[in-house]
Design a protein around this ligand. Sequence first.
Ligand code: NAD
Length: 264
Amino acid sequence: MSGRLAGKNAIVTGAAGGIGLETSILFAREGANVLMADISPEALSRALAKVKQLVPTANKIETTLCDVSKESAVQAAVESLDSWGGVDIMFNNAGIMHARDDDAVNTPEEIWDLTQNINVKGVWFGCKHAVLSLRKHNKTKGSIINTASVVALVGSATPQLAYTASKGAVLAMTRELAIVHAREGYRFNSLCPAPLNTPLLQDWLGDDKAKRHRREVHFPTGRFGEAIEQAQAVLFLASDDSSFVNGHDFAVDGGMTKAYVTPE
Ligand code: NAD
């Protein structure tokens, strides 16, 4: 199969959600073999059906149930690709933003721990087992992309402190891994999405117009981003087109993190 990812084996975590599903579709279209990993069995089977329907010519597309906060689950997912020849691309994208996440005073400790376990430890486990797989299969290049957020780059007066801290950790961890593994040919980059039209945020905002306006006024383009716009950036970072891009905080945000004031 031809395409920008022809012959590559990819894992996408959070593959049943907004960014993960759009990325799985693009990866499949570009010729990759894709393992879609998620914690939700129902969403995962719906997502698989969608990829198969949209990319009927896809190579291998498989799913695995995986809670990224459990190392044994991440290890099993990565090692299941040994029979494919090992991992080339790891997209550590699963993440949560909990409804009870709040400011320093009001965030419950259990929500803090849950958020760090999934958003930070889950990314670490994905990076760790991707490196082990790349080495085991004697690969001289690999691309690991970790989903952070614009809140790792700018502060927000609408607080989700545990989430913000977790995404800052993803950014710092990715930067260091990029340097540590650079001479092995393994690239690590962070994706920093702006607020998006995906269930993660939209379910929480609901039809609360004031809450929406509070955010939209800060968007230079005046709109939320779309998951497919993130997926296009992930495809670039995954492919050899970005062979000299390493340790980058890749903001896909319509200019939001560069704005002083926005157009009226
Ligand atoms: P989403 O809620 O649509 O998808 C997230 C997916 O992760 C879901 O399918 C969910 O089942 C899965 N998941 C949750 N916990 C998991 C776990 N422990 N193990 C495995 N899978 C798990 O969200 P999305 O918008 O596609 O978000 C993807 C990533 O992008 C997240 O890391 C999120 O923090 C980040 N992000 C989102 C936004 C936004 O506005 N939506 C902005 C910046 C960053």
